[in-house]
Design a protein around this ligand. Structure first.
Ligand code: SAM
Length: 213
């Protein structure tokens, strides 16, 4: 997979200096942001879906929120981050990007946050990219805010290959996270209210389309 990802990365258009600066900062400071093939595929899917409103769980330094806002100029992005330092950095980057009118960032733990703090009543798309062991809880809390026909996207569904490893080979700290992630994957793939696919792109992108009931 890495070979194909590198091949694809070599074919992608040149990014602007601001985006490269963010990627370099993330690399230096060990901030996990979407990898190149995942973000490009994700932006491609969004440009097909054309959401007007996107809710993101897990902003980190605002990289994916800024990329979404750049590629969907008519959309508004609401993004939630619980880490104070990353939140501050994201605020700075969003301001510097000139996309502050399009992006609203909330500093909160998305699992404890009062849902009333969201300025939109409902969203066309939800992007879950936060604690991997909590995906089911994020999904259960925020998917009701997604419109019928809307899409829920989740990144890192393969957790860098760990979902294929034997439990015994995993560090104890990682075991329950991977177990939760796999349970969530099984649950959502067969959920009757969503049409779900798992794309073997980047670190695994899940797409769940909310059925019109
Ligand atoms: C993989 S990073 C997000 C990367 C970002 N989406 C990007 O590609 O630019 C995950 C982020 O989720 C945040 N996070 C984890 N659990 C969270 C929670 N319960 N509420 C809000 N943020 C959370 C972490 O602090 C971390 O910054």
């Amino acid at each position: 997979m890495d070979t194909y990802n590198s091949y694809i990365a070599g074919l992608q258009k040149k990014k602007n200096a601001f985006i490269i600066e963010m990627e370099e900062y993330a690399e230096q400071e060990n901030v996990p942001i979407m990898d190149s093939s995942s973000i490009e595929t994700f932006l491609g899917l969004l440009s097909i879906q054309k959401p007007s409103t996107v809710l993101e769980i897990g902003s980190a330094i605002g990289y994916s929120a800024i990329r979404m806002a750049q590629s969907l100029p008519d959309a508004t992005i609401t993004t939630i981050e619980r880490d104070a330092e990353r939140y501050e950095k994201a605020v700075d980057y969003i301001q510097a990007s000139g996309l502050g009118d399009q992006i609203q960032i909330i500093e909160a733990d998305a699992l404890n946050m009062d849902i009333e703090r969201l300025s939109e009543e409902s969203f066309d798309a939800l992007f879950i990219d936060a604690a991997k062991g909590q995906y089911k809880r994020f999904f259960e809390k925020y998917s009701p805010k997604v419109k019928s026909g809307g899409v829920i996207y989740c990144d890192n569904m393969f957790m860098h290959g760990m979902v294929l490893q034997d439990n015994v080979d995993l560090h104890r700290r990682k075991r329950s996270m991977i177990r939760n992630l796999k349970e969530f994957t099984i649950w959502i793939m067969s959920h009757p209210d969503f049409n779900t696919s798992l794309l073997p792109v980047g670190d695994g992108i899940l797409i769940a389309i909310k059925k019109e009931l």
